[in-house]
Structures are given as structure tokens and as C-alpha cells.
Design a protein around this ligand. Structure first.
Ligand SMILES: Cc1cc2nc3c(=O)[nH]c(=O)nc-3n(C[C@H](O)[C@H](O)[C@H](O)COP(=O)(O)O)c2cc1C
Length: 176
């Protein structure tokens, strides 16, 4: 599969078939995510991987809006976080206006790698931003020095999803 094939195959999937995925597959995803670049190679991204059926059920209750329904039969939920006040900071002082935005940036880069690797492995994903961070923190005892980012559902699709349209290149890019 070329990178174009992988990107075309990857879609946000909101209906899973309940087929389990192995610990080895989950470790492969995280290891590949680690290959993403990060600010001064500080690698502040962290992963809290929920794969037991009982804890998945509890974690789904920490998702907001209609996301609990959308994650039905997911094989795993990965709560992604980053250790804050490190990236984009020197001695605890922000290096520029980005501040902890750079920690979010690094986490997003790693998460993108994870999504693409999953697609290559025929696994499907959904990035979930509408979630209750405090509930997830309490459930999984996530340390206070970690900012909670997206939750990523991982599983196998029931059916293909349509590609939502993308903006025109002229709308998003300017060449100088
Ligand atoms: C940061 C982020 C947060 C998102 N949060 C949600 C969410 O809470 N619920 C949901 O159903 N989809 C969520 N999505 C998925 C987007 O809706 C989806 O990526 C977009 O519609 C494009 O579709 P595609 O991923 O199939 O290309 C999120 C995506 C990103 C990157």
C-alpha cells in the first residue's frame, strides 16, 4: 500500500464490529507514533490504553455528545495526553506565544502517525475531542501533570464511510 492508499483507506469510523485487537497490534501503533518528530525530541506524548471490555464500557461513559454511541463495539480506546509545561518552555517559562500549544502540536503529530499506521494494518480509528477529561482522569488515574488530549477509538469497521469533502487548495494555501 502506498501512503496515498493508506490515506484514502483511513476514515473516521463510528461503527465497529467488536472484533478484538491484540496487545501486540496496540504496541505496534504506539511504537510507530513514537517515530513522529517532537520539539527538541522531548517526547512528552503519553498513551493510556483501555482494552478490557469492562474498562472500555466505563471509559465510553466519559465521552461527550453522541460519542458513547459512536464507539459501540470498539476494540480499544486510547486516551492521549502530554506532559505539560515542558515542550515550548525553558525553565517553566514559555519560549513564545505557542506555550503548551507546542505540546498539543507534538501530540497531534504522533496521533496522526498512529492513525496512518492503523490504516496500514487494516485497523480503523475515530479521533474524539468531545470527551470529559476530568472523568477520564479519575477513571484511569491519569497524573495531574498530563493534559488530556483526544481519545482514539480503534477497531474494525462494520461498513465503509464516505470521504467528507476537503477545501480547495486555493482556500488553504498561499504560495510566495
Ligand atoms: C481533533 C479532532 C477531534 C474530533 N472529534 C470528534 C468527535 O468528538 N466525534 C466525532 O464523531 N468525530 C470527531 N472527529 C472526527 C472528524 O469529524 C473527522 O476527522 C472529519 O469529519 C473528517 O473525516 P475523516 O476523518 O473520515 O476524513 C475529530 C477529529 C479530530 C482531528
Amino acid at each position: 500500500m502506498t501512503l496515498n492508499d493508506i490515506a484514502a483507506h483511513r476514515r473516521s469510523i463510528r461503527k465497529y464490529n467488536g472484533q478484538p485487537i491484540s496487545r501486540e497490534e496496540l504496541e505496534t501503533l504506539i511504537r510507530f507514533a513514537q517515530e513522529a518528530p517532537s520539539w527538541k525530541n522531548m517526547q512528552t506524548s503519553r498513551y493510556h490504553i483501555v482494552c478490557s471490555l469492562e474498562t472500555i464500557a466505563a471509559a465510553r461513559q466519559c465521552l461527550g455528545g453522541s460519542n458513547p454511541q459512536k464507539t459501540e463495539n470498539t476494540a480499544a480506546l486510547i486516551v492521549t495526553t502530554f506532559k505539560h509545561d515542558i515542550v515550548g518552555h525553558t525553565n517553566g517559562i514559555p519560549d513564545n506565544e505557542g506555550g503548551n500549544g507546542w505540546g498539543w502540536y507534538d501530540l497531534g503529530l504522533q496521533n496522526a502517525y498512529l492513525l496512518l499506521k492503523a490504516a496500514e494494518m487494516n485497523l480503523d480509528t475515530l479521533v474524539i475531542g468531545i470527551r470529559h477529561a476530568n472523568q477520564l482522569r479519575a477513571l484511569l488515574q491519569i497524573p495531574e501533570d498530563e493534559t488530556i488530549g483526544a481519545v482514539i477509538a480503534v477497531g474494525h469497521r462494520v461498513e465503509d464511510a464516505k470521504r467528507p469533502p476537503r477545501k480547495e487548495l486555493d482556500d488553504i494555501a498561499r504560495f510566495y
